[in-house]
Ligand binder design. Structure first.
Ligand SMILES: [Zn+2]
Length: 169
């Protein structure tokens, strides 16, 4: 688990927060407006896109793990369906329109830096042209026997399981 810095001031009115016992544990609370700060999980969604026994990966153009390859992924906006996040990130990072076909896995912990929960969807391409953008340096299809250097434990787990199942071991 990543340690986040404490929140000291009210996000609504700017008053210094005080620790009070609420809902089972001590939480920073605002004595003026009543705001209670919950240390909610940061959620990300990734998309596992396959076609003809190949998987679509993006090469990271930013740190951490710059230069290594990962699933297209990004943070879920506050009111966004994570399924939509997956579709949006696929389009932003690869130029391809995808359709989610199922939920593949949910990771908790340090499988992907910055996110405490990572939801991985399976998807197929329904349109668009392969054109890497946003924080993707490149985007390409890979077969199970010719995988590039992978970033993040979550990518190793998802892509590794897929590659092993195709190779039959
Ligand atoms: Zn306040």
């Amino acid at each position: 688990m990543s340690q986040r810095p404490p929140v000291n001031f009210c996000l609504r009115c700017g008053t210094r927060l005080e620790l009070r016992f609420w809902f089972g544990q001590e939480r920073p609370c605002c004595p003026v407006c009543g705001y209670i700060h919950f240390d909610d999980p940061k959620v990300a969604a990734a998309v596992f896109i396959t076609a003809e026994s190949r998987v679509l990966l993006i090469q990271r153009g930013v740190d951490p793990e710059r230069g290594k390859w990962a699933l297209p992924a990004g943070y879920v906006d506050g009111d966004e369906d994570p399924c939509q996040t997956a579709v949006r990130e696929a389009l932003e990072e690869t130029g391809l329109q995808v359709r989610v076909t199922g939920l593949l896995d949910v990771f908790h912990g340090t499988h992907r830096p910055g996110a405490s929960i990572l939801i991985v969807y399976a998807a197929e391409v329904i349109g668009g042209e392969l054109a890497p953008a946003d924080d993707a340096e490149a985007a390409a299809w890979f077969g199970p026997d010719a995988l590039p250097e992978l970033a993040f434990e979550s990518t190793h787990r998802v892509v590794g399981d897929w590659a092993r199942s195709l190779r039959g071991n």
